[in-house]
Design a protein around this ligand. Sequence first.
Ligand SMILES: NC(=O)c1ccc[n+]([C@@H]2O[C@H](COP(=O)([O-])OP(=O)(O)OC[C@H]3O[C@@H](n4cnc5c(N)ncnc54)[C@H](O)[C@@H]3O)[C@@H](O)[C@H]2O)c1
Length: 267
Amino acid sequence: MTTASGDGWFGLVTGAASGIGRATALAFTAAGARGVACLDIHADGNAETAARVEAAGARALQVTVDLADVGQIRTAYGVVHREFGRLDAAAHIGGYSWRGDTLRVTPEEWDQVVGVNLRGTFFSCQQALAIMYAQGSGAIVNMSADAAFDPIHGYSVQAAAKGGIATLTRSLAFEAARRGVRVNAVSPGITRVERTGYVPSRGAPVAVPGGTASDSSEGLERHTAAGRWMEVGEIAEVITFLARPGASGVNGELVRINGGPYPTLEF
Ligand SMILES: NC(=O)c1ccc[n+]([C@@H]2O[C@H](COP(=O)([O-])OP(=O)(O)OC[C@H]3O[C@@H](n4cnc5c(N)ncnc54)[C@H](O)[C@@H]3O)[C@@H](O)[C@H]2O)c1
């Protein structure tokens, strides 16, 4: 079996076909990963990410998985463990945002959004932890979202899923701490991505009392402290830091990456 210290380390990224996940797979490679497992439902985007990882000098393992399906998650982590022999860093990024009028949300929509984001993250953690506990080391970074903490009209289901990921992370970190494993989360603000993976329906426009709501993200950056979008590399760098031994004392934290707190008054 390969050792983390002597022969390089092995990482895994869900949501690797696009955006923050692709950037993280490449950041893992740049940080010296010997192998990076790229997990995503979108095989074409994932193949492109895997090709870029290989071009940058690491071994890429491309695995197609639907995070809504726990059986597929179990199979995917089994493949990774068999091929790599170990797992040092797992970034659970796969998922998506969804907006819906609270009075019209259907049970099916709830199940889909919470199923992919929250349940998918829990069962990904379960698989990663089993491998990491057995080897006595490892780090997990989960993906929350600012919409869970700074409310946006129509994002109640999203907030339940991404807020659940934040509290789940804290609980798992406590359990993992004496087994040599750390579990942290990041919460990005609005981040500019070129969507090259699977893009589900993002929900219908939502009516806002006293105003209008649009799903257009034009001008969104004006509502942030920094007045700009985050870039995927800015998120990937923090994830990579949390996933590596340099962050050995950081456990159970939620790191917000948004350029600064949102203004409460616009003046
Ligand atoms: N972009 C932002 O502003 C922002 C802000 C906060 C949080 N996030 C979160 O960051 C993560 C990455 O999003 P992104 O912005 O890079 O978007 P993205 O669409 O580029 O990436 C999402 C990836 O998840 C994959 N995915 C979706 N459903 C899946 C499923 N059922 N099984 C497996 N893979 C699936 C997609 O194929 C895609 O590759 C998401 O969890 C998102 O909620 C994004």
